[in-house]
Design a binder for this molecule. Structure first.
Ligand code: BEZ
Ligand code: FE
Length: 288
């Protein structure tokens, strides 16, 4: 049978007709439909198609246990954020992308402890309360924190200058659902650009920067696990995140404080920066 531009797609769709799992069938037919539509619209030359296959091959070759170039590709195309948005729960704090740097377990730390082991950045105290959607305080919830240093590097990117676990802490909320810890104000930083995703950004004249942020995963039984960030309000790139992950509700002021009583309470010197971020967890079962 001769295939033209449209009957080729029909034949491919038909080839999936015996797929027993309905979701698999839906995924295969939807991908075929959209991919064919893109190719009909773009009308690539053989060279261009080879280049496309070469790009995806390079993305695969760049990926290993500690580097996931496909995730980075999904991030810069806004697909990670789209998946996050589709799966968000309006009853809780907004979620955002996980990112590639949650690759080591955060060390368990006491409330109030510092996650910064370098002592070179701007001191900062972060506080917050974890509640359910109905406002009930959630004592004993875990709050997993990770961030880069004041130069924009995570511990795993600079093993020669940062001890492993720097910028990371696994905290447990007190009986009133509160958490607090000391840190330094993180910097904005570029996502990794030494692979094919970096080439994509350069080809489209896009910058690779993410605004300064602190990552959070909050978790307790009976509630949906929340993966999110608190973004530093006055950070460069707050309006042009390379991975489209900023949500207005997650932007937090980090004002300077000269409150001596509070400095004594938290064991920091004045001046220090101060951030507060409350976390609301959506219940596992949707409320009536
Ligand atoms: C991060 O915030 O760690 C991150 C997120 C997406 C891509 C690269 C880095
Ligand atoms: Fe990050």
């Amino acid at each position: 049978m001769d295939f033209d531009e449209h009957t080729t797609l029909e034949a491919v769709m038909d080839s999936f007709r015996n797929t027993p799992d309905p979701r698999t069938k839906q995924i295969l037919t939807t991908l075929a439909r959209h991919a064919h539509a893109a190719v009909r619209e773009l009308r690539p030359t053989h060279d261009e198609w080879e280049q496309a296959i070469g790009f995806l091959t390079a993305v695969g070759h760049k990926s290993d246990d500690t580097r996931q170039e496909f995730v980075l590709l999904s991030d810069v195309l806004g697909i990670s954020t789209l998946v996050e948005t589709i799966n968000g729960d309006a009853h809780g704090t907004e979620g955002t992308v996980l990112g590639p740097f949650h690759m080591v377990e955060s060390p368990e730390r006491e409330l109030g402890e510092s996650i910064d082991q370098l002592g070179t950045g701007t001191p900062c105290v972060v506080t917050g309360t974890v509640t359910g959607a109905d406002g009930v305080v959630l004592g004993g919830a875990t709050v997993d924190i990770w961030q880069c240093d004041e130069n924009g590097f995570y511990d795993v990117q600079r093993p020669e200058t940062q001890p492993r676990g720097n910028g990371r802490g696994l905290f447990r909320t007190d009986e009133n659902g509160r958490f607090w810890f000391r840190t330094v104000v993180p910097s904005h930083y570029p996502i990794p650009t030494d692979g094919p995703v970096g080439e994509l950004l350069a080809a489209s004249r896009r910058h690779p920067y993410r605004p300064a942020h602190i990552h959070v995963i909050a978790e307790t039984p009976g509630y949906k696990t929340l993966t999110t960030h608190m973004f530093v309000a006055d950070s460069p790139y707050i309006d042009s995140d390379a991975v489209f992950a900023v949500k207005e509700s997650l932007v937090v002021d980090f004002p300077e404080s000269r409150d001596q009583a509070e400095a004594d309470d938290y064991g920091v010197e004045i001046p220090f920066r101060r951030a507060h971020f409350d976390i609301r967890l959506a219940p596992e079962e949707a409320p009536e």
